[in-house]
Ligand binder design. Structure first.
Ligand SMILES: Nc1ncnc2c1ncn2[C@@H]1O[C@H](COP(=O)(O)OP(=O)(O)O)[C@@H](O)[C@H]1O
Ligand SMILES: [Mg+2]
Length: 246
């Protein structure tokens, strides 16, 4: 399988704190790769380096054979890297407006940015995404104050407005009930299998990782300590130590 995204020897420091200490990673086209590890091991920092919110002091990010290390976040979104945050950003307005916000942008030509031709096309896309995340009944509801399960779906639909090829998901099931987790897992699988998204998934729930990820990378203290199938990594002594030490 072809590599769609590569992280090469990335170092990231915050003052005296080393968040990433030489990370290497390859996301293959069409795979679901899970990134797991204790709190503070650098998972979110890594996603931030990939989407351009953080600038690593050293190392490179390669996307579709192109060095994007110097590209600003909006340019990375434009070429197909979508980022979903752990805490969804919800503003005052309807659910559909919260999803459509993807298309209200400071860029001169939002449709080019979103790979769409017109406002009509954008509206149609938003309607399809509402169905995809099963929020039809909330379409016109005020989004502020909706429960976390709904917020997470809004956030997912919003990033899909940009029609990304790569999805960076930061703990998409945190704070969800068991049923809501199952729904989210179903969306992730469908995005991967039907819509051919390549997915880098940060996830705490190892049983969910086991269920949907083909490959897992385990991080601890800013480096990868293990890589393999979900079945393999949970048996790795270094992984067990890192988790028990949390
Ligand atoms: N914006 C920031 N400023 C200072 N330190 C940060 C910042 N973001 C992350 N860190 C530090 O980097 C390390 C990795 O954090 P993070 O990437 O959030 O880990 P994880 O997502 O695996 O829990 C932690 O020590 C954290 O405190
Ligand atoms: Mg995190």
């Amino acid at each position: 399988m072809k590599t769609i995204l590569e992280v090469k020897d990335v170092y990231l420091y915050f003052g005296g704190v080393t968040a990433l200490n030489g990370v290497n990673l390859k996301l293959k086209e069409g795979e679901i790769l899970a990134l797991v590890g204790p709190n503070g091991s650098g998972k979110t920092s890594l996603l931030n380096c990939i989407c351009g919110f953080y600038k690593p002091q050293k190392g490179r990010i390669i996307y579709k054979d192109r060095d994007i290390t110097k590209l600003p976040p909006h340019a990375r979104a434009e070429i197909g890297i979508g980022r979903v945050f752990q805490t969804p950003y919800i503003f005052h307005g309807s659910v559909i407006d919260n999803i459509m916000v993807g298309y209200v942008t400071k860029q001169k030509n939002p449709f080019k940015l979103m790979r769409m031709k017109s406002a009509v096309e954008a509206r149609e896309m938003a309607e399809r995404l509402i169905e995809f995340v099963e929020l039809e009944m909330y379409r016109k509801s005020e989004a502020l104050g909706l429960p976390m399960g709904i917020r997470k779906r809004i956030e997912l639909a919003r990033v899909l407005m940009w029609n990304p090829d790569v999805l960076l998901l930061d703990e998409p099931t945190s704070g969800l009930s068991i049923d809501e987790k199952r729904d989210m897992a179903r969306y992730i699988l469908e995005l991967n299998e039907v819509h051919e998204k390549s997915i880098l998934l940060v996830e705490h729930d190892l049983s969910l990782v086991h269920d949907i990820a083909e490959r897992v990378i385990v991080m601890d203290a800013g480096v990868e300590i293990a890589e393999g199938s979900p079945q393999e990594v949970v048996k790795n002594p270094e992984v067990i130590k890192a988790y028990l030490g949390e």
